[in-house]
Design a protein around this ligand. Sequence first.
Ligand code: GLY
Length: 373
Amino acid sequence: MTDMSLSRRAVMLGVAALPIAQRAAAQARPKPVVVSSANAFNGGINCCAKAMELIKGGGDTLDAVIAGVNIVELDPRDTSVGYGGLPNEDGVVELDASCMHGPTRRGGAVGALRGIKTPSKIAQLVLAETEHMMLVGEGALRFAKAYGFQEEDLNTERSRLAWRTWKREMRDKNGHTNWESLTDAPPKKKIAELRKAFPGVEDDMLGWAYQVAVHPPHGTINCIGLNEKGEMSAVTTTSGMAWKIPGRCGDSPILGGGLWLDQDVGGAGSTGRGEENLRVCGAHTVVENMRHGMSPKEAILDTLKRVSRNFDNDLARLAEIDISFYAVRKDGEYAGGSLWDRPRPGAPAAQFAVCTADGRSRHENSFSLLGRK
Ligand code: GLY
C-alpha cells in the first residue's frame, strides 16, 4: 500500500481510521470562540470580532480579549466602561478591571483607578509585571504612569451632563436641593426644565441623562476567549455603578466575583449589579459548577438562583436588580444568562455577543431565570 492510498483511505474513513488516542484528541479539539456582554453601539460584537481576529492570527488569548475590550473602553459613547464612563458622586470617573490568563494561571486587577482610559491594560500589567494580584486608587495610577500611561480627564460632555442632572435630583428628606431645581414634575415637564438648565442640549440626550440620574446604571464588559489549542483567557472592565461613593469597587476587579477562569474547566464573568454578584461569588461559582459537570447554562442558572435566594425569591425586591453571567467551557460550549429576560419592562430582550472561528460576530439571546411583565 502506497502512502497516497493510505492517506486517501484515512480521508475516506475520517477520524474512524485514526488510532484510538489520536481519535480522542481529534474529537476533543476545542472550537475557538469569543463571548462577551452585548454592550451599546455594537460594543460586544466589535470586541468579539477583534479578539477572534487575533486568536485566529495565533495571538495569545489574553492579548486578544484585552484588545477586544479596549475598543469599548476607548469608545466615549459607552457610558459604562472606560473613557466617558459615568462618574462617582464627586463627578470623577473611577474604573475597575481584572483579567486572567489560563495557560499561566495568573491574574491581575485594578480598582478605583482614575485618569487612565484602558484599565484592562493596567490589570494585564499587574498580572505580567508584579507578584501582586490587585492595585487600587492612587497606587494603581502611579503604577500605570510608571509604564508610560497618560493621566487624562475621563469625563465627556455626555457623562458630565448626566452627573449634573443627577446632582439636581439629589434632595434632603424635605425635598430640598441646593442646586437650582424644580424637577419634581412628571417627565414631560421635567424635560422642559432640564432644557432651561442645559440650553442647546437635545431632548433625547436630556431624557437619557434624567433616566440614568434616577436609575443609576452599572454596565460593564466581560469577554472570554478560547483558541483551538484549548487555551483560554478572560477580562472584565467597567466604570462601575454610576454616582457611587468614591473608592467603591464592585465585582469587576474581584477575581472570583466579576471574573474567574480555570484552564482545566472554563471561564465566567458577570455584568450588572456587582454587590449582588459578590454575595454569591458568581464567576467562581459558575466555573465550579462546570467543574462538577454542569453545562455552562446549568452553571449560570444555579448561580442566578443563588442571587434570587438572597432576596428570598421576592420578585418585588428582585425587580430592582439586573445581573447577567457569561460562561465558556474549555471545549467551546458557551452560554449567557440573565436574572431577568429584559433589563426593564418594555426594553429589548437580554442578549450577549459571540464570535465563532468563521469570524461571524453576532448577538444571541440570553436565557433568563425570571420574566418581566
Ligand atoms: N458590575 C459592575 C459593577 O457593579 O461595578
